[in-house]
Design a protein around this ligand. Structure first.
Ligand SMILES: [Zn+2]
Ligand SMILES: [Zn+2]
Length: 289
């Protein structure tokens, strides 16, 4: 089996959704029907193997094999965000990015072909910013993003992306999670709160999709991470409640169902939800005792 296919299947097995970029690291061109399809065309469910950039990402081994066979020069890439359970810290030394070992705990790490580093962390749930607070040259790849994966060759330097060390994908330490959060919204006048303007990250523009992403993260969380994932989802959904996208009662019901189907005890679920809402300064009335 060729190394690119082996790498793709190994990532898919860990729940990472993979797709191909063109050899210049740009998304591949859409096929003519997708190019001319109207705005109603659903990129997420489109059956094409390589149209719509990261929306084509999959964990289906048959689709992956077909995709790779059809595009021998394509660069393997991972769709980041809750869909893959990944938040990647992207350190670009050319823009002043530095590995900060005090902040960035060891985790699965890729040395990029461009002298940078990709630190693959378990997605903490909830909204994340595009850049790491206080760290110039360090981007965050979460919902709506992607990263090139080994064994792709960097088109500029002709050097491969490669895994260094053998750390698993670890959880972010709390100070790093804090540095990943978007800057707190400056006090929103109550009159504008009724209209939800939710942008949980590029690529997620509808409240329904954002809610779904939070709940999917809870359902997928491996044992040992379930409580923190539910807490992260509760914080994210609390923000949606604050923005008027759904009621506290509906949020509570959705989170409780997701927690129960992930095998969590009601007492833990309630504690995570209350904790998440309080952390976001969102009223907890309506959360049933
Ligand atoms: Zn297409
Ligand atoms: Zn399409």
């Amino acid at each position: 089996m060729d190394t690119r296919l082996r790498a793709a299947l190994a990532l898919a097995e860990q729940g990472r959704h993979v797709f191909l970029l063109g050899r210049t690291k740009r998304p591949m061109a859409n096929c003519p029907p997708c190019r001319t399809a109207g705005p109603r065309h659903d990129r997420e469910s489109c059956a094409c193997l390589t149209c719509h950039g990261f929306y084509a990402a999959t964990t289906d081994p048959h689709r992956i094999a077909a995709m790779l066979t059809g595009h021998p020069a394509g660069l393997l890439a991972i769709r980041t965000g809750t869909v893959s359970g990944l938040l990647v810290v992207d350190i670009d030394p050319r823009n002043g990015g530095r590995l900060d070992l005090a902040l960035m705990a060891p985790t699965a790490t890729v040395a990029t072909g461009g002298d940078g580093w990709h630190l693959h962390y378990a997605h903490p749930g909830g909204p994340t910013a595009a850049k790491l607070t206080g760290c110039p040259g360090v981007d965050l790849k979460g919902d709506g993003g992607y990263v090139v994966a080994p064994p792709s060759i960097h088109p500029g330097t002709r050097r491969p992306y490669r895994w260094v060390g053998d750390w698993p994908v670890n959880e972010m330490p709390p100070p790093l999670v804090a540095a990943c959060r978007p800057a707190p919204a400056t006090a929103v006048p109550p009159s504008t709160r009724a209209t939800p303007t939710l942008t949980g990250g590029e690529g997620i523009s509808s409240p329904a999709a954002l809610l779904q992403a939070h709940l999917a993260a809870v359902a997928r969380a491996p044992e040992g991470r379930r409580r923190t994932t539910l807490y992260g989802a509760a914080r994210g959904i609390a923000r949606m409640v604050a923005a008027g996208a759904l009621t506290t009662t509906d949020a509570h019901t959705a989170l409780t169902d997701a927690g129960r189907s992930a095998g969590q005890a009601d007492r833990d679920i309630r504690a995570a939800i209350l904790g998440g809402f309080r952390a976001e300064n969102v009223a907890t009335e309506g959360i049933a005792a």
